[in-house]
Ligand binder design. Structure first.
Ligand SMILES: NC(=O)c1ccc[n+]([C@@H]2O[C@H](COP(=O)([O-])OP(=O)(O)OC[C@H]3O[C@@H](n4cnc5c(N)ncnc54)[C@H](OP(=O)(O)O)[C@@H]3O)[C@@H](O)[C@H]2O)c1
Length: 167
């Protein structure tokens, strides 16, 4: 079973601080919602680690119009979401005909990038150097860029969207 990875990282590959996002970037939020919600009949699946689930404001979890699967060995039950003890178990719970997205955080990304099912990385590059305590793994030795968008200019953070495929 294949899946995609979705991440926004800064110029140092930083992705988070204090279990939240280090920047405010409305175009990236819109891109994330459009990409992971999709338009096909089957609901998309988003797979995330326990900390990323906890980082979502309660009003936004589970992420609407998507099947939410949380990877955790300490949680057993969550309202509106499935819980799986590993990425492989999460993939087994996902609808195989849905689009499947691994959406973070760092611990889950590390396993996802090394997984044979990892098909595409959707990377938003944030053109800033932010104070971060959580980082996306180095990937340029394993993935090649297949798409790059124009740059979006915003008052708080400029960004661009990229896709990468495994070599
Ligand atoms: N910029 C972005 O695109 C982006 C996206 C997502 C998150 N983030 C940021 O990333 C940070 C959170 O990342 P994080 O690395 O601390 O946490 P995380 O990966 O979201 O969650 C870690 C927890 O999830 C479970 N887990 C994760 N990977 C696992 C695996 N391979 N096998 C089994 N269990 C696994 C474990 O839960 P148990 O301890 O319960 O077993 C682990 O303690 C936050 O700052 C968040 O805002 C940024």
């Amino acid at each position: 079973m294949t899946f995609d990875v979705v991440v926004a990282h800064d110029l140092n590959r930083g992705i988070g601080i204090n279990n939240t996002l280090p920047w405010r970037c409305p175009p990236d939020m819109a891109h994330f919602k459009t990409l992971t919600t999709g338009t096909s009949d089957a609901l998309s699946t988003v797979i995330m680690g326990r900390n990323t689930w906890a980082s979502l404001p309660e009003a936004f979890r589970p992420l609407p119009k998507r099947n939410n699967i949380i990877v955790s060995n300490t949680l057993s039950d969550l309202p509106g979401a499935l819980v799986a003890p590993s990425l492989n178990e999460a993939l087994l719970l996902a609808n195989p005909s849905s689009n499947i997205f691994v959406i973070g955080g760092a611990q889950l990304y590390a396993e996802a990038l090394a997984h044979e099912g990892c098909d595409t990385l959707h990377v938003t590059k944030i053109f800033k150097r932010c104070d971060c305590d959580t980082f996306f793994p180095d990937y340029l030795d394993r993935f090649k860029c297949t798409y790059a968008s124009n740059i979006w200019i915003t008052p708080t953070a400029n960004c661009a969207f990229f896709q990468f495929k495994p070599f």
